[in-house]
Design a binder for this molecule. Structure first.
Ligand SMILES: CC(C)(COP(=O)(O)OP(=O)(O)OC[C@H]1O[C@@H](n2cnc3c(N)ncnc32)[C@H](O)[C@@H]1OP(=O)(O)O)[C@@H](O)C(=O)NCCC(=O)NCCS
Length: 164
């Protein structure tokens, strides 16, 4: 049982994403973008990164959650697009998706994984540590072109986890 007192009764699994999942992935990720929790992604971005996504499916294959990796160098990647359907929050799925992202990062040979998030407790409980965003100048430079809110919103914190 999670801290929220809720338990999952659904039969779920985490799988790779298919092209047919793109509309659901975008709908899930982008619904949180207005609040600044996620960054809005385009169909083109999702298609180009399809192999980097992992999705949490319910018993009928519908998508309840997603996570993706964004590569910065052969050794460093960022966890992006972490999102769980509102009706399924607090059931441990966010934690499972982060674990799936960590596993994928290890498989790919990254030695460091980072995230920029408001969800401090979640990332700290998944083995990440607070890290100044200045440790990732390439993130700052990339997002100056994409979405400055990601680097300007003061409350968002940067977290990192060594994988080696
Ligand atoms: C952040 C998010 C992915 C977490 O997903 P989730 O499935 O609710 O998370 P979990 O159930 O795995 O919770 C993990 C921990 O987060 C915290 N948490 C999550 N939901 C919580 C809630 N409703 N109340 C209190 N704590 C909560 C708890 O610390 C929980 O720890 P526990 O497992 O010991 O109880 C989800 O809330 C979400 O989609 N948020 C909007 C998008 C977003 O903020 N993405 C993050 C971008 S980096």
């Amino acid at each position: 049982m999670s801290k929220t007192g809720k338990t999952s009764t659904l039969s779920t699994r985490i799988t790779r994403a298919n092209e047919t999942d793109i509309p659901s992935l975008l709908s899930l990720n982008n619904r949180y973008a207005a609040a600044g929790l996620t960054l809005a992604r385009t169909a083109e971005f999702a298609a180009n990164h399809l192999g980097d996504y992992r999705v949490l499916r319910d018993a009928s294959g519908g998508i309840l959650g997603c996570v993706s990796l964004d590569e910065y160098s052969p050794s460093v990647a960022e966890i992006i697009s972490l999102a769980v359907d509102q009706d399924a929050h607090g059931l441990g799925y966010g934690r499972q998706l982060i674990a799936a992202g960590v596993e994928l990062a290890r498989t790919r040979g990254y030695t460091e994984l980072f995230a920029v998030s408001y969800s401090d407790e979640l990332f700290l409980s998944c083995g990440f540590e607070r890290m100044p965003l200045s440790a990732y100048p390439e993130k700052i430079s990339r997002y100056q072109k994409v979405d400055r809110t990601e680097i300007e919103v003061g409350e968002k914190h940067c977290f990192a986890r060594r994988l080696a």
